[in-house]
Ligand binder design. Structure first.
Ligand code: SAM
Length: 306
């Protein structure tokens, strides 16, 4: 019969076991998984170090550790990920929200944050993290969140409900490579799939657990950007703006591509100084005035119904 272990000993052995399987932050990850298995807070792991976890709790932790050692991302095992003010449920139906995407939202808010009643399109919403954050932070906005994956949309909808913004976000299943939403918007935001096909073999093993349609953007990774560039006049109202997350090393090709279509783009940098965003205006838009930035609110009858 196995000897019952104290929590402190269980944690020590678990950390050693996970570190031995090549997981870099084994101490922190074991703590987070133990909190999940024991349904407790991080601080309780230390306050209750003498407690003997039940066999069910130990089994649960063991299963989580095994899954982590097989490369399943920590966030899927924990079941959620904080994203700005939102708590976003995640599982294998959706891409795990990344810190850069919080910076994409930051960029939109820096320029659009004071405008009331904006209509926003989140193209490729996945977990809904971008749509939900913008709905929480842009005054009186309405967000249309589209994705080709029904499974992702189901989870995104649940996330909108959990975060109290379901009345501000409409979800729609749409293949953005073959169709555009019926109505134009003031702001297009997207973190589209941008990994190049040729990189498929050299990606971190964890990425194999995330939905592959969320990752790959054609041979060179630029498929969705070319599609957006060609569709801006259909997607955006006159004066409308777009904000796109891009992969490291893609900025030069995208500035050239958009520029070739007469679309001026600004590049934006992430916290490490890498070009990770492009933004710009619908091509035939007049140059923005000061008033555009401190835009008068839409009247109620102008508030969009998608
Ligand atoms: C990189 S993920 C971004 C998810 C989320 N917005 C985020 O930032 O975490 C791209 C999303 O685009 C969706 N997608 C892929 N191909 C699509 C298509 N043809 N039409 C619409 N959405 C698509 C994927 O299902 C995925 O949810």
């Amino acid at each position: 019969m196995e000897q019952a272990l104290s929590l402190a000993e269980l944690l020590r052995r678990s950390r050693e076991w996970l570190a031995g399987r090549g997981v870099e932050n084994a101490t922190r990850e074991v703590d987070e998984l133990a909190c999940r298995a024991l349904a407790c807070r991080r601080i309780d792991l230390y306050l209750l170090h003498d407690r003997v976890p039940s066999p069910q709790e130990v089994d649960c932790l063991r299963t989580l550790l095994k899954r982590r050692a097989h490369g399943e991302p920590l966030q899927y095992l924990l079941g959620s990920q904080p994203f700005r003010r939102a708590e976003i449920r995640v599982d294998s139906r959706v891409l795990i929200p990344r810190p850069e995407t919080e910076e994409l939202v930051e960029l939109v808010l820096a320029r659009e944050g004071k405008r009331h009643g904006l209509r926003v399109l989140d193209a490729g919403t996945g977990s809904g993290c971008v749509a939900i954050s913008l709905a929480q932070e842009l005054p009186d906005c309405r967000v249309l969140a589209v994705d080709s994956s029904r499974a992702a949309l189901d989870l995104a909808q649940e996330n909108a409900r959990q975060n109290g913004v379901e009345h501000l976000v409409e979800f729609q299943q749409l293949n953005l490579l073959t169709a555009w939403p019926a109505e134009q918007v003031d702001v297009l935001v997207s973190n589209p799939p941008y990994v190049a096909e040729f990189e498929r073999g050299i990606l971190a093993p964890e990425l194999a657990h995330e939905p592959q349609d969320a990752l790959f953007g054609g041979e060179d990774g630029l498929l969705f950007y070319r599609r957006f560039a060609a569709g801006l006049e259909q997607l955006l109202c006159p004066g409308g703006r777009f904000y796109l997350e891009i992969g490291s090393g893609q900025a030069a090709a995208l500035v050239e591509h958009f520029g070739g279509l007469g679309i001026q783009v600004e590049t934006g940098q992430d916290l490490s100084g890498r070009d990770r965003f492009i933004s710009g205006l619908r091509p035939d838009s007049p140059p923005p005035t000061r008033e555009d930035h401190e835009h008068a609110p839409h009247t109620p009858e102008n508030i969009p119904h998608f």
